[in-house]
Write a protein that binds this ligand. Structure first.
Ligand code: GDP
Ligand code: MG
Length: 250
């Protein structure tokens, strides 16, 4: 039996899953999130927190059995890049540590991976996301429209924090973005032809204060979407060109 097939029949269980997150002064929320993960996965999922807090989040996370990696605060994407590249389990789930994402849906994410998807993205916007501040909701819809137009595929929520990935996808791609990492983690696999699906999820009100500024954060995300989509499209075209037989006129 290989490591990749812990249940013996090629179907992943929560023993094959790492749930990972960046944590930045989330002491109020971290206990709730980690308890939910433990309950829903029967304590089988590994939890990795990349922590930059000064409010005791790391201690609470350790008390709840998480593996904690301490890091200077350098932004969302720096923490999440460390978080997704740390586990050696075959399925990696990202989430925020603010109690906004429904951990009770973890089984649905795992089911979609077991159905053959490489990336399963939790779409907050299709169900309304009424708990999201209106400015953010508007911005997130706009990002999804922009990204959809650029990659030529309808995507509903490009900035969600809750996704499941096969580890091969994480390892095959070089990740470059910080605030825009969430969009990058969806767009590069889409353009490269990985099997990507979105599943609608509910989104709860945050416990504690947001760490991201909507204005400067929003500008950084828009820039990442443009940069990543255009770079991927250019690569896509050069692959197409390389596949074409040589012609004398070229
Ligand atoms: N380690 C670390 N985590 C971060 C940093 N910035 C944001 N996070 C975490 O990343 C997640 C997303 O940030 P959040 O404030 O929820 O952004 P929002 O969902 O857009 O409001 C949260 O769990 C934060 O604690 C950082 O600089 N370092
Ligand atoms: Mg959040």
């Amino acid at each position: 039996m290989s490591d990749e097939e812990a249940s013996g029949d090629g179907t992943y269980t929560f023993a094959d899953v790492s749930v990972v997150m960046g944590t930045y002064n989330e002491a109020e929320a971290v206990g709730t999130v980690l308890k939910d993960i433990k309950r829903v996965t029967d304590g089988q999922a590994e939890v990795v927190c990349v922590d930059s807090s000064s409010d005791g989040t790391a201690e609470v996370a350790r008390e709840h059995g998480a593996r904690v990696i301490e890091q200077e605060p350098q932004g969302y994407g720096v923490a999440v890049q460390t978080a997704i590249t740390t586990p050696d389990r075959p399925v990696i789930v990202t989430t925020d540590c603010d109690d906004t994402y429904p951990m009770e849906r973890l089984p649905d994410f795992l089911d979609a991976i077991n159905d053959g998807y490489d990336v399963v993205s939790g779409d907050r916007l299709s169900s309304g996301a009424e708990t999201m501040p209106a400015f953010n909701r508007f911005g997130n819809h706009a990002f999804a429209w922009l990204a959809s137009a650029l990659v030529g595929e309808r995507l509903h929520d490009t900035t969600t924090g809750m996704r499941a990935y096969r580890r091969e996808v994480i390892e095959a791609i070089e990740w470059t973005e910080n605030t825009g990492l969430s969009a990058e983690l969806l767009l590069r696999p889409v353009v490269r032809g990985y099997r990507v699906t979105e599943i609608p999820i509910d989104y709860r009100e945050r416990i504690g204060e947001t760490t991201l500024s909507p204005l400067s954060g929003g500008a950084a995300i828009a820039k990442s979407i443009l940069k990543v989509s255009l770079a991927e499209r250019a690569d896509d075209r050069s692959v197409e060109r390389a596949k074409r037989p040589n012609r004398a006129a070229d």
